[in-house]
Design a binder for this molecule. Structure first.
Ligand code: 2HA
Ligand code: ZN
Length: 276
């Protein structure tokens, strides 16, 4: 099968374009990765390039040894992915220790995988373990309203989760485990990857203060939908805060408990604290 015709490549390209259209990917902002299924690798194996040089990942991910990933390229613009995917994205293969990668397709005009490769792969490693292999997509976007909130809300998982849940009734159903938040850090390296992957043990959403968001999910629709839902909720919250930060009414802790029963989701009590 032609690589560009395979279903997972088309879905990847569509998702990147959906994100660009949302305004989450100015210039080269954001990145996306997909852990390719074994049968998908077999369906394209004959069209992969001859293996080139191994390059260090910058983080060890033994749990992903030998796996193949479709990833965006460092410095590439999301707005160009749909125009020329072979220039902007790549398939990489990991070595048998999960320490190095090599490019097997794409980036035809040169380049390297996303600068956030350590965070993507460490998140994949955690999610592969805690979801028993179900999660395959990691998505990073510069979501305007979530970023704005990181300037005015305390940077705690509890406050962000509770405030985002309150902005739309579907939120606790879409992300019942809540969201994690980390304070400002230098992006692109192992340290921020370690902090983010720690959050991914518990959450499918990690917020980087003054930068953006990471989401994890089983497939492209669920992962995009999660990012979209969280950012939509953040947009409502920025409007509420701008209109009148003292809400006249809201969804209460008791309302959330009723919702949890009706929708059979578990909402951790630490997010349902009493407010004055
Ligand atoms: O430029 O978003 O975090 C890509 C990024 C780095
Ligand atoms: Zn970024």
């Amino acid at each position: 099968m032609k690589i560009l015709d395979s279903k997972f490549v088309k879905a990847f390209v569509k998702m990147a374009d959906d994100g660009f259209k949302q305004g989450w990917h100015e210039r080269n902002g954001g990145n996306l990765s997909y852990r390719i299924k074994a049968d998908e690798v077999e369906s394209i194996r004959s069209r992969l390039n001859a293996p080139g040089e191994w390059t260090s990942i910058g983080a060890g991910v033994p749990g992903l040894a030998g796996e193949f990933f479709l990833v965006t390229g460092s410095g590439k613009y999301f707005r160009n992915i749909i125009v020329d995917p072979e220039v902007c994205i790549a398939i990489i293969e990991l070595d048998e220790k999960g320490e190095n990668y090599r490019i097997r397709w794409g980036l035809v005009e040169g380049g390297t995988p996303t600068s956030e490769l350590p965070t993507h792969l460490m998140n994949h490693e955690v999610k592969k373990r805690v979801t028993e292999g179900k999660h395959r997509v990691i998505y990073h976007a510069h979501t305007t309203n979530v970023i704005a909130l990181t300037f005015v809300l305390p940077l705690t998982d509890e406050v962000f989760t509770r405030e985002l849940w309150e902005m739309a009734t579907e939120c606790p159903v879409v992300f019942p485990d809540g969201v994690g938040v980390i304070g400002w850090m230098v992006p692109g390296g192992r340290e921020i990857a370690v902090e983010t992957s720690r959050l991914m043990e518990k959450y499918d959403v990690a917020i980087w203060a003054h930068h953006g968001m990471f989401c994890s999910g089983e497939d492209f629709d669920l992962t995009f939908g999660l990012m979209h839902t969280v950012e939509k909720s953040a947009e409502i919250l920025t409007k509420v805060l701008a209109m009148n930060p003292a809400k006249l009414q809201t969804i209460t802790d008791e309302n959330f408990r009723d919702l949890a029963k009706a929708f059979r989701v578990n909402l951790p009590e630490r997010f349902l604290y009493k407010k004055d």
